[in-house]
Design a protein around this ligand. Structure first.
Ligand code: PEP
Ligand code: MG
Length: 577
């Protein structure tokens, strides 16, 4: 906190609630364990065991703990009754945790060792913390809840006010090491513009409540201490970044426009139509049957990218053809009458699949990944295609010739071969455009495919020669880069008049499609569908509802007329403000 923050410094974390927030950083008290200071009637809280207590003393301490816990639980219950939704659920769940018999028993066990009641409360809590940490994952994310209720009970035992976040006089961005869910539940979204924590995970209760409150939120932002209290920060809850002292004009304009959009997104439920009535194919990116069904329950007009490799990441062996057919049938069945695009395994690089037979490579992003798995075992993709064809037969109707695309296609030979394997099974073949070789010679690929899908994440990575996993290179791996925009335009133009006279549909399924402003530009560049995470669709849909196709073309022209990604983004933002 004492460190000076650098102007324009970007701190990266995990974005858990999309949205931009710009304001002064307000550090709030770190969620410390009750420290080792003396309590009035016993040894220090963190003290070592002393002489075992008499029966009477043990009973007195047990009663003190029980009374303090009951008071804290009562307060949480009361706050739950004044809250709604997830906030209410989390507050009630924490009240149950305070009344947990196992915890009370653990406290008594510590009291018997001669600890003072506060120290016994902390020690008992830490036993559970150690257990939860060992289990890891979601259980570990509950540690914040445990420590929070412990701090509340200890404060009550000491006769101190319950710990919490002081009210903000002015709107600002809340920064903390970590936040207790019970504190997050009480935040006022009018005052707390954004939340950034150095610790915490995407499924922590804090993240869940921030989502309900609609406060842009980034967790696990390592290096957050580099942002000093009072510094102006721009939080991007979608990208998971915190920019310290950004350029003020564009930052505040972006945050204001984003706030407006969030309000509109909250009221948008589809279908996607431009302001001139032009319908837009706005699709969802999914990774399994559950996410496909969740997408179908929302405004998605179909699925633009089913990342099959993500469904199998935890599988040590290849799923059987029947298992695969069952999964694919569920995904196709989620949208029986709409477009569903399945992608064959994009194993390798950051998505290693145990059963794909890949070996360690020095440069895996440029190695055996995507369709190159054919080099190891053509059977993997063939069996996927068989299973997808079987799924199509099971679901029937509009899904009887499922759309399927191959990732990481680089040569016409690969496209021709993939297309042939699809057609002989009655599938509708497409390819992803994510290797620059395809983008610059796309007319040569068009005769073999029925559709294209531009993967802007990899296309940007390969065009800019910048690792998409590198946080230091975030400015380069930005799909607003003029070189990327020009390639998208070239692909869309070529596909609109294929050599054989067809118009080949071109979608974008990389993260670019989730950026509401860039989504407008993409349509203006001639892209015919957009596919993004279900959570992003209301933002994109609400932005599209405000522009005509002609305006999209104007925005695309403005972006193309820039020298840098930042200028392109600012130019579009200025025109949309
Ligand atoms: C992409 O590269 O843009 C894409 C959609 O594929 P993935 O992110 O799964 O590599
Ligand atoms: Mg990709």
């Amino acid at each position: 906190m004492s460190q000076e923050s650098q102007t324009g410094q970007v701190i990266r974390g995990t974005g858990v609630v999309a949205g931009l927030a710009y304001g002064a950083a307000r550090w709030v008290g770190r969620t410390e364990q009750p420290d080792g200071t003396d309590s009035s009637d016993g040894p220090a809280v963190g003290a070592a065991p002393g002489t075992p207590p008499s029966e009477e003393q043990l009973e007195r301490d047990r009663e003190r703990f029980t009374a303090a816990a009951a008071t804290v639980a009562g307060r949480l219950d009361q706050r739950a009754s004044q809250s709604t939704g997830v906030s209410a659920e989390v507050l009630s769940a924490n009240a149950v945790l305070v009344r947990d018999r196992g915890w009370a028993k653990a406290v008594v066990k510590e009291l018997k060792k001669g600890l003072a009641v506060e120290a016994a409360t902390v020690a008992a809590t830490e036993t559970f913390v150690a257990m939860f940490a060992k289990v890891g994952g979601r259980q570990a994310e509950r540690i914040t809840d445990l420590r929070d209720i412990c701090a509340r009970v200890v404060a009550e035992l000491r006769g101190l006010p319950e710990p919490g976040i002081p009210e903000f006089d002015e709107p600002g961005v809340l920064l903390a090491d970590d936040l207790a869910p019970a504190d997050t539940a009480g935040l006022d979204p009018e005052k707390v513009l954004g939340i950034v924590t150095e610790h915490g995970g995407p499924t922590s209760h804090t993240a869940i409540i921030a989502r309900q409150l609609g406060i842009p939120c980034v967790v696990a932002a390592s290096g957050l201490t580099g942002a000093r209290d009072g510094a102006l920060v721009l939080v991007d809850g979608g990208a998971g970044t915190v920019t310290v002292d950004p350029h003020e004009g564009p930052a505040s304009a972006a945050a204001a426009a984003d706030k407006k959009l969030r309000t509109k997104a909250a009221g948008w439920s589809g279908p996607a139509v431009l302001a001139d009535g032009h319908p837009v194919r706005l699709l969802a990116n999914v990774q399994d049957a559950g996410s496909a069904e969740a997408a179908a329950a929302g405004p998605a007009g179909g699925i633009g990218l089913f990342r099959t490799e993500l469904a199998f990441l935890d599988r040590p062996t290849e799923p059987t053809p029947d298992e695969q057919a069952e999964l694919y049938a569920r995904v196709l069945g989620a949208f029986p009458d709409a477009r569903v695009v399945t992608r064959t395994l994009d194993a390798g690089s950051d998505k290693p699949l145990a059963f794909a037979g890949m070996t360690r490579e020095d440069n895996p992003a440029l190695g055996v990944r995507g369709i190159r798995v054919d080099l190891l075992d053509r059977g993997l993709v063939d069996r996927q295609l068989d299973a997808l064809a079987e799924a199509g037969r099971r679901v029937g109707g509009a899904q009887s010739a499922p759309w399927v695309m191959a990732p990481m296609i680089a040569t016409v030979d690969e496209a021709r071969d993939f297309s042939h394997r699809c057609r002989e099974r009655g599938l509708t073949p497409g390819i992803m455009v994510e290797v620059p070789s395809v983008a610059v010679t796309v007319d040569r690929f068009l005769p073999y495919v029925d559709f294209l899908s531009i993967g802007t994440n990899d296309l940007t990575q390969y065009v800019m020669a910048a690792d998409r996993m590198s946080s230091d290179l975030a400015a380069l791996t930005d799909p607003w880069q003029p070189a990327v925009l020009r390639l998208i335009r070239a692909v869309a133009e070529a596909a609109s008049s294929a050599p054989d006279g067809r118009t080949v549909p071109v979608g974008v399924c990389g993260e670019a499609a989730a950026d509401p402003n860039l989504a407008c530009v993409l349509l203006g560049l001639g892209v015919s569908s957009l596919s993004a995470a279900t959570a992003a669709l209301p933002f994109v849909g609400a932005a599209l509802a405000e522009v005509t196709l002609e305006e999209c073309r104007g925005l695309a022209a403005a972006a193309l007329d820039c020298d840098t990604a930042r200028e392109a983004r600012d130019a579009v933002l200025a025109r949309r403000a």
